[in-house]
Structures are given as structure tokens and as C-alpha cells.
Write a protein that binds this ligand. Structure first.
Ligand SMILES: N[C@@H](CCC(=O)N[C@@H](CS)C(=O)NCC(=O)O)C(=O)O
Length: 123
């Protein structure tokens, strides 16, 4: 039974990922200097995620469209990032955006909130 659930989950995950790759379109284009500044700013951000999670796919898609090279950290079972997420954010739920700013760290959960934040800051 466990194997079947895992098989279905992986299959659905594969479909979600393939669908995303086929339909994601083009990235936002910025002048080189501006993109460099954006790249610099995104160094203080990281996305805790699972590869096949639909909410993570939605968030990664927004990151791609906005052309944001945010580090992705896989929080799958047994990973060190999962432990970081639990200790830092308080729960294992993905996606979660870790925002480091002015010496403070914020853990933002909820895909819609994360996307809104990225669009407001970088669109
Ligand atoms: N409303 C949340 C839903 C996020 C969610 O349900 N994430 C699932 C993965 S798809 C999760 O983290 N579950 C906890 C777990 O699998 O340990 C969002 O939009 O971000």
C-alpha cells in the first residue's frame, strides 16, 4: 500500500513538473545592471520546498517568471534542510521562503503570500 501511494505521488509529481516545464513561458528581462542588483538581493532568500509539491511548483514558477535566482532547498524526509526548516520556521510545511534582512530572519509560509511578496519586491 505504501509503495502504491508513493508510486501515485511520484507519478503526479512528474506530471506537475513536466506540465510546468512545458508551459512556463519566458523569464522577465531586465537591463544587466538591474538584474545584477536583483541577483544580489536574492542571495538573502532561500526557498524550502519539495520537488513534486504543487504549491512549490506554483512558487517556483513565479520565481522563474520574475527571473529570481533564489536558492532552492529540498526539505524532503531526513534532509538537513528539513531540520533547519523545523527549527527556524517552527513547522515542516512547504513552500517556505527564508528571508534574511537587516540581521533578522523571517520564515514566510503559504505559497500565495510568498508570491505576493516576490511580486511586490521584484516585479
Ligand atoms: N496552503 C499551503 C499548502 C502547503 C502544503 O500543503 N504543503 C504540503 C506539501 S504539498 C506540506 O508541506 N505538507 C507537509 C509535509 O508533507 O510534511 C500553501 O499554499 O503553501
Amino acid at each position: 500500500m505504501k509503495i502504491l501511494v508513493s508510486l501515485i505521488r511520484n507519478l503526479l509529481g512528474g506530471i506537475i513538473i513536466a506540465g510546468d516545464l512545458l508551459t512556463r513561458g519566458s523569464k522577465k528581462k531586465r537591463p544587466a545592471q538591474q538584474q545584477q542588483e536583483v541577483n544580489q538581493q536574492t542571495q538573502n532568500l532561500s526557498l524550502y520546498q519539495f520537488t513534486a509539491c504543487p504549491f512549490c511548483t506554483k512558487t517556483r514558477r513565479a520565481m522563474y517568471k520574475l527571473n529570481l535566482p533564489i536558492e532552492k532547498r529540498n526539505a524532503s524526509q531526513g534532509s538537513k534542510h528539513r531540520q533547519e526548516l523545523l527549527e527556524g520556521g517552527g513547522k515542516v510545511k512547504v513552500p517556505c521562503l527564508r528571508i534574511e534582512q537587516d540581521g533578522k530572519v523571517e520564515w514566510m509560509y503559504e505559497s500565495s503570500e510568498i508570491i505576493r511578496y516576490l511580486e511586490t519586491r521584484f516585479a
